[in-house]
Each structure stands twice: as structure tokens, then as C-alpha cells.
Design a protein around this ligand. Structure first.
Ligand SMILES: C[S@@+](CC[C@H](N)C(=O)[O-])C[C@H]1O[C@@H](n2cnc3c(N)ncnc32)[C@H](O)[C@@H]1O
Length: 299
């Protein structure tokens, strides 16, 4: 389907019970543990302000505890409500409903960002990464997870002619509407084009196989995964890949006090007044129950 460059389509999680059905009841303790190890290895120990892109219900947010403040951002307001119910309202967390293609943050605001299991839904991955890059300071850390089309299972299925698409070619495979797997070399290209330098690469979830997850104790499987993960710089054959990237180039740092910009016209937004932020061009954005809503403009 052709993509409108102004409004790339969004995989909408509004009203979804993803956290409960996929993670808590879906037998994903192994994957969750393997991701925790990867984040521990890749994240800076401390920092000032981290942006979590597509935070969902905040499953990973406690893993960013070394940062003074964390902005949880997701397209779905109900995911933000679930995150808030889990993490609470405090100075540490800022909840923002917004589209990654129209980020409402001052350029050069954050010293780190993560994007875990979100590129998976991007019809315009390079555009989304460029938006994240713009919100980051020079030298900032960005941790990106992506679903890898060049994984061992896909390669075997292709060689045995049980799968029509090639895992070796660079274009993404959209195996369900708005669900994409990417080739690692293509993702490295997207990151470079968006203004990132590639750092450490970890392969994750090597043992995502039903019978192993059933029969091998989760802690042991996570430990085995953490060993296999170290081959990440050499080859990437696992279903999930984590990349630590650093912003390249000399872009400005946000001025002190700058925070939100209008997603419609990119002008700086003044502080909220009576739970509304109004930009100089008259676009109005609401704050409801501690969640900034930059998705639905107020009338
Ligand atoms: C598979 S979930 C992952 C959630 C969380 N990162 C995790 O790993 O538990 C994907 C999330 O990306 C969000 N998302 C998808 N498209 C988005 C977009 N264009 N802008 C912001 N968030 C988006 C969805 O709302 C959903 O919460």
C-alpha cells in the first residue's frame, strides 16, 4: 500500500491489552529477561532525561532508573494510562501521547532515547528515526531494538521453500499489516542516514522456541541467551537485535526551559494553563489526568 509521506500509517494500540495478553499471560518471561540483559549492557548507568519511544504500558521503564527523568511517549493514550497506573504519577515520569512521526519535543532536548519493539510497526522507519534524532542532543545514546528478517528460522524456511520472501534482501517484510521485520544491514543504513553512529550490537532471543521455553528453566535460558548475544557484532541471526547508537554531527542543544513544541507547526509551546497548551499559531493541546495529549488537537 503506498504511504502518504505527510501521515505515515500508525499501528494503533488504543484500547489494547497488549501488556497483559502478550507479556503477562503470553509466556514471554524468557524474552523479557533477555531484553533486560541487553538493556543493562547497553544503557548508560545514569543520565538526565531519557525519551522512551513507544513505551506501551511501561514494561521497560523501571530499567531506566539511573535517569533523573523519563518521558514515556506512545501513540496510544490507553497505553499511557496503563503505564501511569503501573508507575504512578511523580516528578520522575512524564506521560505523552504522540506520534513518533510528529514528535512534540524541542530539538536537542534529550540525552538518551530507547525504542524497543516499535520500529516493527514503522512503514517509514527512516523518517521515524530522523524524528528521534532531532529530539536528541549531540553525543546522546539511542538504543534501538528491531525485529530481524535475517533470522535463522526464516533462512531455513526460505531454503526449504516453505517461505516465499527472501531473508537476504534489504527491503522490509510486512508479514502482517503494519508489522515489519527488517534486515540488519538496512537498519544500520537507516540509522546512519538519520544521523547516528552505530555502536555495540547485541543479538537477543536466540532460543525463542516453544519446547525450549517450556523445558529449560527461564533463568538458564536467559543466561544462555546472554552468552549467544555477544556474537552480535559478528553476525545477526536471532529474531531480535539491539543496537546502541550515538548521535553524530553538531546539532544544537535545547535552550534551558525549552521542552514541548507544537506537533502541528513545530513552534515552541508555552507552559500549560488550565490543562491546555496553546501555540502562537493557535493550535491547542490538552493535558488530562497527567497525560499530555499531542495526538488529538483541541477544537
Ligand atoms: C509492541 S508495543 C511495544 C511496547 C513497549 N516498547 C514494550 O516493549 O513493551 C509497540 C508500541 O508502539 C506504539 N506505537 C506504534 N506506532 C507508534 C507511533 N507512530 N508513534 C508512537 N508510538 C507508536 C504502540 O502504541 C505500542 O504501544
Amino acid at each position: 500500500m503506498p504511504v502518504d509521506p505527510q501521515h505515515p500509517p500508525v499501528c494503533d494500540y488504543e484500547g489494547s491489552d497488549y501488556q497483559q495478553s502478550f507479556w503477562e499471560q503470553g509466556g514471554r518471561a524468557y524474552e523479557d529477561g533477555a531484553e533486560a540483559v541487553a538493556l543493562r549492557r547497553l544503557l548508560p548507568k545514569s543520565g538526565r532525561l531519557l525519551l522512551e519511544v513507544g513505551a506501551g504500558a511501561g514494561r521497560n521503564t523501571p530499567r531506566y532508573a539511573g535517569f533523573e527523568r523519563i518521558v514515556l511517549m506512545d501513540y496510544s493514550t490507553t497505553q499511557m494510562q496503563q503505564a501511569q497506573a503501573r508507575l504512578g504519577r511523580s516528578e520522575k515520569y512524564i506521560y505523552v501521547a504522540a506520534d513518533v512521526y510528529r514528535l512534540p519535543f524541542a530539538p536537542g532536548l534529550f540525552d538518551a532515547a530507547t525504542m524497543i519493539r516499535v520500529l516493527h510497526h514503522m512503514a517509514e522507519p527512516e523518517k521515524a528515526l530522523a524524528r528521534v534524532r532531532a529530539a536528541l542532543q549531540p553525543g546522546a545514546t539511542f538504543i534501538l531494538e528491531f525485529a530481524n528478517k535475517h533470522n535463522l528460522k526464516a533462512i531455513l524456511r526460505y531454503l526449504l521453500r516453505r517461505q516465499s520472501w527472501s531473508p537476504f534482501t534489504l527491503e522490509p517484510v510486512e508479514y502482517l499489516p503494519l508489522n515489519f521485520d527488517f534486515h540488519p544491514r538496512a537498519v544500520r543504513g537507516y540509522l546512519k542516514n538519520a544521523g547516528f553512529a552505530i555502536g555495540r550490537i547485541l543479538t537477543v532471543s536466540h532460543y525463542r522456541i516453544g519446547f525450549l521455553k517450556r523445558w529449560v528453566p527461564t533463568r538458564l535460558l536467559v543466561w544462555l541467551d546472554s552468552l549467544a548475544s555477544l556474537t552480535g557484532p559478528l553476525w545477526q541471526l536471532s529474531p531480535s537485535v539491539f543496537v546502541r547508537a550515538t548521535t553524530s554531527g553538531t546539532t544544537p542543544v535545547a535552550a534551558p526551559g525549552a521542552f514541548f513544541i507544537c506537533p502541528e507547526c513545530a513552534t515552541p509551546l508555552p507552559d500549560e494553563k488550565d490543562a491546555v497548551l496553546v501555540c502562537p499559531n493557535g493550535h491547542r493541546w490538552g493535558v488530562q489526568d497527567g497525560i499530555y495529549n499531542f495526538k488529538d488537537m483541541l477544537g
